[in-house]
Every structure is written in C-alpha cells, then in structure tokens.
Design a binder for this molecule. Structure first.
Ligand SMILES: Cc1cc2nc3c(=O)[nH]c(=O)nc-3n(C[C@H](O)[C@H](O)[C@H](O)COP(=O)(O)OP(=O)(O)OC[C@H]3O[C@@H](n4cnc5c(N)ncnc54)[C@H](O)[C@@H]3O)c2cc1C
Length: 318
C-alpha cells in the first residue's frame, strides 16, 4: 500500500517558504489554538510573517506555486472546518504589532499595525484620554480583522474612525486607500478577496481620560451583562436582519440552549454559539442550519451568517 502524497510533501515549496527571512513556517498546523471558538482543523502551510518585506516575499512564493491563500487575524469571527484549510494561511506578527500615536490639536492620529489587538488599542487610548474607540472594548479581534469586518457595537463601527488603510493586493502591489476610496457597510469593507491589510490610520479625539474611562466602563458593563462568558465562542453568528435582531429571532424560535454535540446556542444570548468543550465545526454548522431553518419557517426571515466559514467542508455544507 502506498501512502497518498500530501500537499505538504512539496519539497521546493517548503524550501522556498522556509527560506524567507522573518517567516516561521509550520506544516499541518492545527488552527483551533488560533481561534476564539477553539475549533478548526490543520492548515497545510501556516506562515507567520514578521515584516512587510517578508510578506512580499511570501506572497511571491504563494503566487509562483499557485497556492490558495487565506489570512487569519485573531480568529474571532471565523468558523474553520474540521478538515482544516488547504494551501497557505498567513498570520501577521512582529512589526505588524506596532502602534504610534500623534497628537494634532484636538485630535489624535493613530498609526497601527494590522496584527495589533483591538482591546489593547482601546485600553491604551482610554489611558491617554483619546476618545472614539470605547465601543470596541471586548472585541477580541486584530485591527486588520476589525477593519475587514467593519466591526461595530453600540451604534458605532470601525468605519467612523478610519482615515487610511495600507494593504497588499492579490498581485502583490502595495496600496494605500483613503477612507473615501473604501466602501464600508454593515460588517463589511468590500476589499477584494486576497487583499492583505497591513496597517491602518485612525483618527480619535482628545478628551479627559476620566471621561473616556467612564464611557468604557459603562459599555464593558453592558457587554458583560448581555453576552455569554466562560465558554469559547465567535461572537454573533448571524448578522442582524434590517430592523430586527438575530438573537431575538432565534430566541423567539425557541432555540436558546439547543445543542448539537458540544455546541450550544447560548442561554444568555441566542445569537452566540458556545463550545462546551470539544465541539466540532460540523456541530456548529448544523446548529446554525437549525437556527436558520426554524427562523425561516416561523418568521419568513433568512438569517445571513456573520462568521466566515473557512476551509474544506463536506459537500453538504459547501
Ligand atoms: C466574545 C466576542 C465578542 C465579539 N464582539 C463583537 C462586536 O461587538 N462587534 C463586532 O463587529 N464583532 C464582534 N466579534 C467578532 C470579531 O471579534 C470581529 O469581527 C473582529 O473584528 C474579527 O477580527 P479577527 O482579527 O479576529 O479576524 P478573523 O476572525 O481572524 O478574520 C475575520 C475575517 O477578516 C479577514 N482578515 C483578518 N485579518 C486580516 C488582514 N490583516 N488582512 C486581510 N484580511 C484579514 C479574515 O481573512 C477573515 O475573512 C466578537 C467576537 C467574540 C468572540
């Protein structure tokens, strides 16, 4: 019997990737450890990239070898399949975690790398008395992921503070897009597939630190009282349909607490699915299908997933 050749047996490709300076390459890397839901099978090529030069070189290798490419931020808005992701998964690190603050009169320009954690940014801004990001406390994403998703909460969203975005397009060209050149909508930035966001410039306001801190605490309290804690999850699973709330509809459909395997519709907020321990991506997907079809049957509303389904799924899910 012959073992089937795996894509990761491609020696020239492995050599090309591993020899780029500023890159850490892992083969067959389980992705569950990189996602907030603690779910996800292996990536063929998991590539941690520390600098712009390393990113350009890696994207060149990926194109030359015609590898599929996917960008992983903090993994807090994705459901990665149990079979994992074929091809390359890029994860930004190193110099993509830098931040610089520049005061200009009553405003502040923040230049921040795409791998910087949103919560860290929010807390630093609050300590410095810079207002405009308090609503984002508790969003466990990276700046790049928040930009791509146009993350938002409590009536605000990333779009409102963004000034410019630096990115690399699928052909490897570096771009700087002003806000006027971007198209944001509810939980979307409409960047072409394969675009890698590398840096973002935000505009905040100077205020009394105590005032910013008070706002932050108020919103943290709201979040704590309305969202599940203690079990891994991916935040809201569905987008809110116009004029309504996905959580309200799923609750009204009687599905709070409903389980498939170790995945459960949260008791505290029905638009969250929690991993009770060892849940499979397939369980979560099945639970989402159950919620969708029950909400459709009862209210004639088609819920649209907010989480991104990533990787190789069995055919009934694709
Ligand atoms: C407990 C909890 C609470 C949450 N609360 C909120 C909330 O209040 N509001 C909200 O909007 N969301 C919320 N989320 C969802 C999530 O945190 C946000 O969508 C976040 O912005 C995703 O960022 P990420 O880095 O985790 O992206 P990932 O989940 O890693 O990726 C999301 C998408 O962005 C792409 N991406 C990531 N980084 C880059 C990059 N540098 N360049 C190009 N593409 C990239 C990925 O390919 C993927 O398509 C919550 C999640 C959790 C678990």
């Amino acid at each position: 019997m012959f073992a089937m050749a795996k894509i990761t047996d491609d020696v020239p490709l492995v050599h090309d990737l591993a020899s780029v300076p500023g890159v850490r390459l892992r083969l067959d890397e389980p992705l569950a450890r990189y996602t907030s839901m603690k779910i996800g099978g292996p990536a063929d090529y998991f590539i941690e990239v520390d600098s712009g030069a390393a990113l350009a070189a890696v994207l060149g290798v990926v194109r030359r070898h015609q590898l599929p490419l996917w960008l992983l931020g903090n993994g807090s808005n994705v459901l990665i399949s149990d079979r994992g992701v074929r091809g390359a998964v890029i994860h930004l690190a190193g110099s993509f975690k830098k931040v610089e603050w520049r005061e200009a009169g009553a405003t502040v320009e923040v230049e921040v790398g795409a791998a910087y954690a949103v919560t860290q940014l929010v807390r630093q801004a609050a300590r410095k008395g810079y207002a405009g990001l308090e609503w984002a406390e508790g969003i466990p994403g990276s700046v790049g992921g928040a930009l791509v998703m146009n993350a938002g909460a409590y009536g605000s969203e990333f779009e409102k503070v963004v000034e410019r975005v630096e990115a690399v397009d699928p052909d490897g060209h570096a771009l700087v897009l002003t806000k006027a050149q971007m198209t944001f909508s509810y939980r979307d930035s409409h960047l072409p597939a394969g675009t890698v966001v590398t840096r973002v410039w935000l505009r905040l306001r100077r205020e009394e630190a105590a005032q910013v801190d008070a706002k932050l605490r108020e919103l943290v309290g709201k979040r704590k009282s309305s969202q599940p804690s203690g079990f891994p999850n991916s935040g809201s699973m569905f987008r809110n349909p116009p004029g309504d709330f996905a959580g309200r509809l799923i609750q009204a459909a009687g599905l709070k607490g409903h389980r498939v395997g170790q995945a459960q519709i949260a008791q505290r907020h029905a638009n969250f699915i929690v991993n009770l321990g060892g849940a499979k991506a397939a369980d979560v997907r099945q639970l989402m299908e159950a919620a969708r079809s029950e909400v459709r049957r009862r209210f004639n509303i088609d819920l649209v997933p907010e989480v991104k389904f990533v990787g190789e799924w069995p055919t009934e899910h694709s």
